[in-house]
Ligand binder design. Structure first.
Ligand code: ADP
Length: 761
């Protein structure tokens, strides 16, 4: 279909597409238009990775905004990961030149996002949208269209239920809402279409040919029955041989592995292969990128990444800082980096196609069963779908690696020829139902058991549940739990949230977390003699289901059992017995609490990442979650009239800034951060007042003579005359602090932490 024939979209968009070199719709896009996607019809599009799903969404959104200009119609684009929100924002911000406004909302679960009311297109994670609904964001009534990206993730045990409930709520708020759901190819797209009352576009079409296959011995065995010779040289691994072979043909490779550590070590090794293929210019450019990478953060991860990048290889996982990730993605797209070794987060939507994809590990560790589990067909196909860059490569190849004949056969059966699994709702899991049933009642969506049932019947879960009785009995168990814990009350057949219940829902807490926190705080109140320490609070929030605890590694059990006993007096609530299953959780919480304490005691980012074998992005993730949960604990304490708020507040500020008590005031000044605060303090500038009134030469010396930094900090703290002009650094301070030329490293823990939710990836 010629793009000029698409009904309902603004003329400028046609021109815009033409300028981008897009003249014709891809067949699945044309089918979507024929099925009314630009005329307000609901649609489910189940099509392969990189086959132009975003354009389908864009067509729906722009036609909504164009159609509903008078009513202020807006469109909402729901992304599964924070990392994808910024990617989509950049894409949609191109439309600002035509007068559209774009807003992104991912953090802070407590506001109603009032500023979003003026935006035409809003990008947000499903958690954020859920919280906007709970906070009654008034502009939700103006929504004309909602797009759900990667909707097959309703199958994800952790985050799927929120997406599912959020879609159901938006649709029940506004029955005329157009719903467009984009999915990878799955086994049961009809089920999604039925649930969302939408037309279905179900297609295998790809813009560039993809051949799947398995490498074994000296050859690539492809799905069409052909074989390509691809022999290993002495001591070469299979993936190295494939990377080399691809480079001989001037192509790049994406290698998927099953853990961060494996991604890092594979990149280190493959650098040995890519190095030989670099031109002089490429070396120089890569060296420059490596420097930028080192500047992002002062950690081993940063150094390791830079070392690999200098050789033309890189790793990519959720432990990386956001700036690391974008440097790697850009350099890979520019064909400077020749191979990227990644965990599956990269397959989930970040647009980085390459000539070949190698799925090196097809099993991964699953903590719930304590062993290795094969990946799903859906996941493997999504990774494979990244092969082949339209317009650049003649075709794409995606291969698994077999070490024997049997494995060769198994991989063909299991993945190459297999159909992806059907998607199934995970809403039945109790934590999910607990949270969402409370929220549904608190926000007035349902006021009785019958209304609740009616609402739940709009979910995929109900669509797929074996029978109605099962749905009802699970629902009743949850209502009872919420009632017993004083989150809900039942009066004459109506259901209403208590004041506590409202607070919990607004705070976006799992009710079980709230119950745990309240128990712990009540315990602290009884023991008035003992001071409530920051560690005790960190432990308390770390054992709630809302904190992703650190795993215990081998040897950890002993260490943290000791620590838990040593500090038993301090901890809030009673430790479970060592023979109880809950004991392991208690230890994981102890480990997580110590990480937070380390951070709030000014331990170096480097030391922490090493001590807990995690990446800098993980520290950020834990710190963000801790800040949120401590803020919630403060609200709960106030709600219940417990006089413990000051201690919680201090623990929260310490973790927010990563400092000890005495620096909380200083570190809160914009531009200061933990390391600078410490140096200022050592130089005798101990508070904001000191900053405003103290000797400027001392401030300048403590800030290593950096005039610009000093001026902006003084400005931020409200100094009457921030200009440094003739001021020189006080020598006494420079000598005393022994300020060398070591990197400044005054950073917050880097990365946006948005991926911390993905567990070990
Ligand atoms: P998906 O979301 O399905 O993974 P994208 O929407 O990111 O895929 O599309 C992949 C690439 O294809 C993008 O670079 C996009 O600009 C390009 N593209 C999409 N539709 C067309 C089209 N009709 N003609 C040419 N290129 C297109």
């Amino acid at each position: 279909m010629d793009i000029a024939e698409i009904p309902g979209i603004p003329d400028w968009f046609v021109t815009h597409l033409q300028e981008d070199g897009i003249e014709e719709l891809y067949p699945p896009q044309a089918e979507a238009v024929e099925k009314g996607v630009t005329e307000g019809e609901n649609l489910v599009a189940s099509i392969p990775t990189a086959s132009g799903k975003t354009l389908i969404a864009t067509l729906a959104m722009l036609s909504t905004v164009a159609r509903d200009t008078e009513t202020g119609g807006k469109a909402l684009y729901i992304v599964p990961l924070r990392a994808l929100a910024s990617e989509k924002r950049e894409e949609f911000e191109q439309f600002e030149q035509y007068g559209l406004s774009v807003g992104v909302s991912t953090g802070n679960y407590e506001s109603d996002g009032g500023w979003l009311a003026d935006k035409d297109i809003i990008v947000a994670t499903s958690e954020k949208v859920d919280s906007l609904v709970r906070n009654d964001a008034p502009w939700l009534d103006d929504l004309g269209c909602v797009v759900s990206d990667e909707v097959h993730l309703v199958d994800d045990g952790n985050r799927g239920p929120t997406l599912e409930v959020t879609l159901a709520k938006l649709r029940s708020l506004n029955p005329a809402l157009q719903t467009v759901a984009l999915s990878a190819t799955i086994g049961n797209p009809e089920a999604l279409a039925e649930w969302l009352d939408g037309a279905l576009v179900d297609s295998d079409w790809r813009p560039i040919e993809l051949q799947k296959g398995v490498h074994f011995g000296d050859a690539l065995h492809l799905e069409d029955g052909s074989q390509e010779r691809l022999a290993l040289r002495s001591s070469e691994s299979q993936e190295a041989a494939i990377v080399r072979d691809t480079l001989e043909d001037d192509g790049s490779t994406l290698v998927f592995v099953n853990s961060r550590r494996n991604a890092e070590s594979a990149a280190r090794r493959l650098g040995g292969t890519t190095e030989a293929f670099l031109s002089g210019d490429e070396r120089a450019e890569l060296a420059e990128i490596a420097t930028q990478i080192r500047d992002v953060s002062d950690t081993d991860t940063s150094d390791d990444l830079a070392d690999a990048v200098e050789k033309g290889a890189a790793f990519h996982h959720a432990g990386l800082a956001r700036d690391h990730r974008s440097l790697v993605e850009d350099a890979f797209r520019d064909r400077l980096i020749k191979v990227v070794c990644a965990t599956p987060t990269l397959a989930a939507g970040v647009n980085t196609p390459s000539r070949r994809v190698v799925v090196r590990d097809w099993r991964r560790y699953d903590g719930t069963i304590g062993g290795m589990q094969p990946l799903s067909v859906l996941e493997v196909h999504q990774m494979m779908g990244r092969a082949g860059r339209p317009g650049l490569d003649p075709y794409g190849e995606a291969v698994l690696l077999a070490s024997g004949h049997d494995e060769l056969d198994e991989l063909f059966e299991r993945y190459v020829w297999a159909e992806p699994e059907p998607v199934r709702s995970k809403l039945a899991a109790e934590p999910a139902l607990r949270t969402h049933i409370l929220a549904t009642i608190a926000s007035g969506f349902a006021r009785s058991r019958d209304e609740l049932l009616e609402f739940l019947e709009g979910t995929l879960y109900a669509e797929q549940a074996a029978d109605r009785d099962q749905l009802q009995s699970v629902m009743d168990t949850v209502i009872e739990y919420l009632e017993v814990n004083d989150f809900l009350e039942r009066i004459d057949g109506t259901l209403a949230a208590t004041s506590l219940g409202h607070t919990v829902s607004r705070l976006y807490l799992d009710p079980m977390s709230a119950a745990e926190i309240l128990d712990g705080l009540a315990d602290a109140q009884q023991e008035t003699e003992t001071q409530m320490t920051a560690f005790a609070l960190y432990h308390l929030i770390s054992r709630t289901p809302d904190m992703y605890e650190l795993y215990l590694r081998s040897g950890d059990e002993e260490e943290y059992t000791m620590l838990a006993y040593e500090r038993e007096e301090e901890l809030l609530g009673r430790a479970p017995s060592e023979f109880d299953d809950a004991f392991e959780d208690w230890l994981s919480a102890t480990k997580t609490a110590r990480l937070l304490e380390d951070w709030a005691s000014e331990l170096d980012e480097d030391t922490i990442t090493e001590r807990y074998s995690i990446g800098p992005g993980d520290i950020r993730g834990k710190v963000d979650t801790a800040q949120w949960l401590l803020g919630a604990a403060e609200s709960l304490a106030t709600e219940r009239g417990l006089g413990v708020s000051p201690a919680i507040r201090e623990a929260r500020l310490r973790v927010e800034h990563g400092v000890r008590e005495e620096l909380v005031d200083l570190a809160g000044v914009r531009g200061v951060g933990r390391k600078r605060a410490r140096r200022l303090y050592e130089a005798g500038i101990e508070s904001r007042a000191d900053l405003r009134e103290g000797d400027k030469s001392v401030v300048l010396a403590a800030l290593r003579g950096r005039e610009k930094t000093a001026e902006s900090i003084l400005e931020n703290v409200g100094h009457r005359e921030p200009a440094m002009g003739e001021v020189t650094p006080a020598e006494s301070v420079t000598d005393a602090l022994d300020i060398g030329d070591a990197g400044d490293g005054d950073t917050e823990p880097s990365s946006d932490g948005g991926q911390a939710n993905l567990g070990d990836f």
